[in-house]
Write a protein that binds this ligand. Structure first.
Ligand code: 3HC
Ligand code: NAI
Length: 703
């Protein structure tokens, strides 16, 4: 097999090319190729310098993440090669372009000089995988940019552009030329002026401006801000070790890296890295499916969701028209968008010019004829089937042939709405999450008749606007809200049994959930949640159980809509949720009404199991029904849309970590202790069968 690393020459210069598409990741074959190339360069003393460059779209985007799980994985061969590269007695230059990340930047830092294309992005993003730079990035970077900035870059994982890297001395020169030419020209100039090797490992970290308690405070800060991420603490310790002699720092980094690589947190985050990329691939849909152009977008309804949705497109430079029923609603919607942009400008995230440029891309209208020229129209009117059917029929008539019609419904039957348009092949669900301009998730709902190119276009568009798109089939609530429904069901039963919203939220927040179910619905709006339940009831979806979601319905009746009215499950002191005796009274009254026994303290472990196990069970049903293509899609939905902790890898990954037999046993336990007249605790056949076979949900594949 051809090696992904080749060594050629250009006059006196040896050219080491890395060619491992798509991103030149440092696979074992690349590392072996590097070793062989360095051997050859060392043997050939006729070359005066060595140039490293990457073929294709980038230099090297990092270590090969898929190899981290190999039983014999070790950074040793690569790290040893870096040491050999740095020790070479002839100048070694890295010609950088694309995304120089992780092990790619560590390779560049082992070289003596670096030249970069102006569009190059450089960074050490390992923290996003729950690890730390394990090939001396924590040791060499502080020696170039200082410990403080190095810690900031490594702990945040953010990338910097070539110009900033040049200012910091990370890059020696910028050049617009192709990497190979830029590198050769740089080396020729180096040789002409007689410059030789320079080794970062021989420098000391500048400590003059470092506060004496800098690392102590950084460690405390990491523990406070990232209590669930051991990488945050290990990164501080590794950067602190850069103050030691290089070899000692190297040993510390190796130990701290290995601790993280084998940690459950990093495994979960690596799982999500690949799940996110896999989610964009639709089985049976060729990669080269012809896309429909989307140059202009229309949004119907400028409420909470419509406004946020429109911002996504304006942010991506796509002109967007918002259509409303009244001037007042339109003015309010556009006013909120402007206020959001201005708030970003006040935080320094946008310039005043950018605010105006984005607002200029947004137009309002009271006439749906304004949607006639749009390539994509998304309806975001009230969640009401009759209204949405009328709206879809109107869009079917108004939108030009070939335009895509999308609905942002969070629960309604997309196939019914598709038929209402009269052109179901053009219809797809685009379920944004609130706030739509912030949340990364986009559930793309594939209707029975959605055309393949419509689906492919929307998946590509999701990338353009920076969303993680996950495809769902049609069912009540799709993947996310269908699972959230059983979660909320149990939260309300627990409340009626005597647990307070704070106890319920606290139990799952202790696992790292961004927000428990009660805070979540108070923020999204009790009215929104209640109306969904009511609509579901009208469609015949609810179990014959008057106690089902009784709390949300009561709260809605009482006008307790959550944060927006100052009270919901909690009472609000500004935006701070406070326990409200009124909620306890309502819950007790409902319990009495429905014959639900009240209990004293419900243990947090029971709360966790009762909230999460039915949710996992529903996830298994979603898989067996083919609503989600794969287990990782469900994990992505929950991490990107519902604040499920990334260090647990999503509910399916977490279920496998707990063990399916244990989950099956506990579901059976609650079926017995709580009773199961409506099938709330009935185990999904898939989960039962996998548990019986000792298998994992993550390994399940549709037949
Ligand atoms: N290892 C293995 N595969 C990788 C990879 C990596 N480091 N980086 C990207 N890939 C794969 C992706 O899985 C994807 O595969 P697919 O086509 O089969 O789905 C393909 O490359 C293209 O990736 P993207 O779809 O993400 O392409 P984009 O153009 O959107 O983004 C990128 C490119 C910015 C390089 C992005 O892929 C990325 O951020 N990659 C991860 C970078 C990273 O984390 N590097 C550090 C790795 S850890 C490390 O270096 C450890 C060392 O310190 C010891
Ligand atoms: P909203 O009540 O804030 O906004 C709805 C807007 O639609 C109002 O401004 C209303 O004037 C307008 N409207 C009503 N009929 C119209 C018509 N015929 N033509 C043009 N505009 C019309 O509601 P929200 O929360 O934005 O919800 C909209 C949709 O988004 C619903 O389907 C909802 O289920 C969905 N959704 C809501 C989420 C949330 O958290 N609020 C999350 C995800 C989806």
């Amino acid at each position: 097999m051809n090696s992904p690393v080749t060594l050629n020459r250009h006059g006196d210069i040896a050219l080491l090319r890395i060619d491992n598409p798509p991103v030149n990741a440092l696979s074992p074959a690349v590392v072996a190729g590097l070793v062989a190339a360095i051997d050859a360069f060392e043997a050939d003393t006729s070359c005066k310098a060595l140039l490293l460059h990457g073929e294709g779209r980038t230099f090297v985007a990092g270590g090969d993440i898929s190899s981290f799980d190999l039983p014999d994985f070790t950074t040793q061969p690569f790290n040893g090669t870096l040491a050999r590269i740095e020790a070479l007695g002839r100048p070694v230059v890295a010609a950088l372009h694309g995304t120089v990340l992780g092990g790619g930047l560590e390779l560049a830092l082992a070289c003596h000089w670096r030249v970069a294309h102006p569009k190059t992005q450089l960074g050490l993003p390992e923290v996003k995988l729950g690890i730390l730079p394990g090939s001396l990035g924590t040791q060499r970077l502080p020696r170039v940019v200082g410990a403080e900035l190095a810690l900031d870059l490594i702990a945040s994982g953010r990338s910097i552009g070539a110009a900033e890297a040049r200012q910091l001395g990370l890059v020696d020169e910028m050049s617009d030329a192709a990497p190979l030419q830029a590198g050769i020209a740089f080396i020729e100039a180096l040789l002409a002026r007689g410059a030789g090797p320079r080794r970062i490992s021989e420098r000391a970290v500048a400590t003059e401006s470092l506060a004496p308690d800098f690392f102590e405070r950084a460690l405390a800060d990491a523990a406070r801000r990232k209590p669930f991420h051991p990488s945050a603490r290990n990164i501080v310790r590794a950067v602190q070790a850069s103050l030691l002699p290089f070899a000692e720092g190297e040993a510390a980094e190796a130990r701290l890296f290995e601790e993280l690589r084998v940690s459950p947190e990093s495994k979960a985050m690596r799982h999500l890295f690949f799940a996110e990329r896999l989610a964009s691939k639709i089985p049976g849909l060729p990669r080269d499916t012809t896309l429909r152009p989307v140059r202009s977008v229309g949004v119907l309804g400028a409420g909470t969701m419509g406004g946020g949705i429109a911002m996504n497109f304006a942010n991506a430079g796509i002109p967007t028209v918002l259509v409303e029923t009244s001037q007042a609603a339109l003015d309010r919607g556009l006013g909120i968008i402007r206020a959001n942009y201005e708030a970003s400008a006040a935080k320094g995230r946008l310039t005043a010019e950018q605010v105006e440029a984005r607002m200029a891309l947004l137009r309002g209208s009271l006439d749906d004829a304004a949607l006639a020229d749009c390539d994509l129209v998304i309806e975001a009117v009230f969640e009401n089937m009759d209204l949405k059917k009328q709206v879809c029929a109107r869009l079917g008539a108004v939108c030009k042939p070939g335009a895509i019609i999308a609905t942002n419904t969070s629960t309604l039957d997309v196939d019914v709405l598709a038929e209402a348009t009269g052109r179901p092949a053009d219809m797809v669900g685009m379920h944004f999450f609130s706030p739509a301009n912030v949340m990364r998730l986009l559930e793309v709902v594939r209707g029975a008749k959605t055309a393949p190119e419509v689906l492919a276009t929307v998946m590509q568009l999701a990338r353009t606007i920076g969303k993680v798109a996950v495809v769902s089939g049609v069912c009540y609530g799709f993947i996310g809200n269908r699972m959230a429904e059983v979660y909320m069901r149990e939260a309300e039963f627990l409340m009626m049994e005597g647990a307070s919203p704070a106890q319920i939220d606290g139990a799952v927040e202790a696992l790292g959930m961004a927000m428990g179910p009660c805070r979540m619905l108070d923020m999204a709006g009790i009215d929104v949640g209640a109306k969904t339940v009511i609509e579901y009831g009208k469609a015949g979806g609810l179990p014959p159980d008057d106690s089902y979601r009784a709390v949300v319905r009561k709260m809605f009746e009482l006008g307790r809509f959550g944060q927006k009215t100052g009270a919901g499950y909690y009472r609000y002191d500004g935006r701070k949720p406070v326990d409200d005796p009124e909620t306890a009274r309502i819950a007790a009254e409902l319990a009495a009404q429905h014959g639900i026994a009240r209990r004293g303290d419900i243990p947090p472990q029971e709360i966790v199991e009762r909230l999460l196990y039915p949710l996992i069970n529903e996830g298994a049903r979603i898989l067996e029904e083919g609503i989600a293509y794969r287990p990782g899609d469900i994990d992505m939905v929950w991490v990107a849309g519902y604040g499920f902790p990334d260090h647990r890898g999503g509910p399916i990954h977490m279920a496998d970590a707990i063990g399916l037999p244990q989950i099956a046993v506990r579901l059976a336990h609650y079926a017995k202790t709580r009773g199961n007249p409506h099938g709330y605790w009935t185990i999904s056949p898939l989960l039962a069968s996998l548990a019986g076979q000792g298998k994992r949900l993550s390994d399940w594949q549709a037949a």
